[in-house]
Design a binder for this molecule. Structure first.
Ligand code: ADP
Length: 160
């Protein structure tokens, strides 16, 4: 069975992430969405909230599981018997960082391949930061995230 990890902060998971996930799910037997728990990065949503939101957004994709992890990505790949890492590429601006990540991961684990999927054009300017920014100022995010995630963002920003 060929398993791949789709890692990220997903704070929150956007329709751009979902597009990459659906396409990756067609290429592998099983995809594990790995929600990165990084204590040095302050996130709006807790790891548990992010796992719950992604699980709901991906409920119709049968070969997907969502879990959070900390530590090295390549260790997580070995623990879950994954042979590949999926990353999305939006624009040239993503390239440098992704190349750096690829080089480090490749050095640490030669048995893990990184697969880059180009963002679909309609999502190429969509990011979690943009979604949070628009939501904060009560803009329309209905085409950027699922209804549940839209609701959760409104709770975070408007309930105080
Ligand atoms: P990270 O903190 O690891 O960059 P993100 O949650 O921002 O995590 O992104 C996770 C992955 O999804 C990365 O590979 C990123 O390039 C990709 N990604 C983010 N937004 C989009 C999008 N709109 N279209 C395609 N891929 C995307």
């Amino acid at each position: 069975m060929r398993v791949a990890i789709y890692p990220g902060s997903f704070d929150p998971f956007t329709n751009g992430h979902c597009d990459i996930l659906k396409r990756a799910a067609g290429l592998f037997d099983h995809i594990i969405v790995g929600v990165l728990v990084n204590p040095s990065k302050s996130c709006l949503f807790s790891p548990e909230e992010r796992v719950e939101m992604i699980s709901e957004a991906a409920k119709d994709i049968v070969n997907v599981r969502v879990i959070h992890f900390n530590g090295l990505l390549v260790d997580f790949c070995h623990q879950t018997k994954a042979c590949a890492i999926i990353r999305g590429l939006r624009a040239v601006s993503d390239y440098e960082f992704e190349m750096q990540m690829f080089s480090v991961n490749h050095q640490l684990a030669k048995d893990i391949e990184t697969i880059f999927l180009m963002s679909s054009p309609r999502y190429s300017f969509l990011s979690s930061s943009i979604v949070k920014e628009v939501a904060r100022y009560k803009g329309d995010i209905s085409k950027m995230v699922t209804p549940l995630i839209e609701e959760k963002l409104k709770e975070k920003f408007y309930s105080s």
